[in-house]
Write a protein that binds this ligand. Structure first.
Ligand code: PMP
Length: 343
């Protein structure tokens, strides 16, 4: 029987949902109208374009990439699962970080692939040389981790990442950039220089389309040509393809929003960095990671105010998504007051 770590999305229905790193606001009215108008012209009785041409070309334009270097999926989840399925299997080893995005364990479990984890520091930092050494010792078959890391928000520099890519020239190195729009750097442009480097991206976070399910895999053109025939045909519905293409036509509108989320994140971190009973870490994503010995009481307090954050049941850590200005101010006030009660 396959041993699969199940992924259980939180079912709580609070007023302020700061648990899933979603964008706090939906499409604006004008864009919603344009999306609905474009959908009204679709032929629903036909299968979708199996090449997702319009969507991929729209993404290529925004990211200034060659469309031939991109594959599209039903969320970046599909692309991550696809890579694990394609490159790994029984008797193979996936190398990732602890902690990192839990779906890696799920997909590896489906393939009966062993998962080797490199344990990072409390704030998500880690020694790249030690990471490389452990990977070599363990003879791993594929490297995959998120950068910025989910949950810590810590991001390695491109220079550090390239050191890893160079150290493992014969195995795929996959950088999951679900949160890269909020970070200082990205490996997207490096993909054309390496045959073993892959980057995954999503429209679920910075572009606010978590409910639509669109993600991308970016890699060297030759490798993409090899992988393309192995993607499930019609993996993305006509509806999803069209919504993604329309939103990407207006990608520049998202820049001020992304910028303001980064500013809010840094402001919230500054306001919470000196608390006595809760530790927060610097982040390059749209969330803050923290730890507290008083976590249970803290979660209860937030819950009383209708705020749901991501709790990690196995230790003292938690993660808070950056929300609207009002939501961030509310959580800041609650945590500052909570912290004072103990001192
Ligand atoms: N990678 C990371 C690090 C994530 O946090 C998530 C979503 N929580 C994903 C990938 C999956 O995103 P998508 O919605 O594109 O499937």
């Amino acid at each position: 029987m396959k041993q699969v770590e199940t992924y259980a999305p939180p079912k709580e229905n609070g007023k302020i949902m700061l648990n899933a790193n979603e964008l706090y606001c939906d499409l604006d009215e004008a864009l919603r109208k344009e999306v609905l108008y474009e959908l009204s012209k679709l032929s629903f009785h036909r299968y979708p374009d199996e090449t997702s041409k319009e969507l991929i070309e729209a993404y290529a334009k925004v990211m200034e990439l060659d469309a031939a270097c991109i594959l599209a999926g039903n969320g970046s989840d599909e692309m991550l699962g696809f890579l694990i399925q394609y490159f790994l299997g029984k008797d193979k080893k996936l190398y990732t970080l602890q902690p990192d995005f839990s779906m890696y364990d799920y997909y590896a479990g489906m393939q009966e692939t062993q998962v080797v984890k490199f344990v990072t520091d409390a704030d998500g930092r880690f020694d790249v040389d030690a990471f490389i050494e452990q990977g070599r010792e363990q003879r791993v078959d594929m490297i995959l981790f998120s950068n910025p890391n989910n949950p810590s928000g810590h991001a390695l520099s491109n220079q550090e990442l390239l050191k890893i890519v160079d150290a493992f020239p014969c195995i795929p190195v996959v950088i999951d950039e679900a949160y890269a729009e909020f970070a200082r750097d990205s490996m997207l442009k490096e993909t054309s220089n390496y045959t073993n480097l892959y980057v995954t991206r999503t429209l679920s976070k910075a572009y606010g389309l978590a409910g639509v399910r669109l993600g991308f895999l970016i890699g060297n053109k030759a490798m993409m040509q090899t992988l393309r025939p192995h993607i499930v045909p019609y993996n993305i519905s006509s509806v999803d393809q069209k919504i993604g293409a329309v939103v990407l036509r207006h990608a520049s509108r998202y820049q001020p929003l992304i910028q303001s989320i980064c500013e809010e994140r840094d402001k919230l971190y500054q306001a919470l960095a000196n608390l006595q009973t809760i530790t927060f870490y610097p982040s390059q994503a749209n969330y803050l990671y923290g730890r507290s010995q008083r976590k249970q009481a803290m979660l209860k307090r937030l819950q009383e105010h209708g705020i749901v954050i991501r709790n990690y049941a196995n230790d003292d850590s938690f993660r808070i998504t950056i929300g609207s200005k009002e939501e961030n101010a509310c959580i800041k006030d609650l945590l500052v007051a909570f912290d004072k009660e103990d001192t």
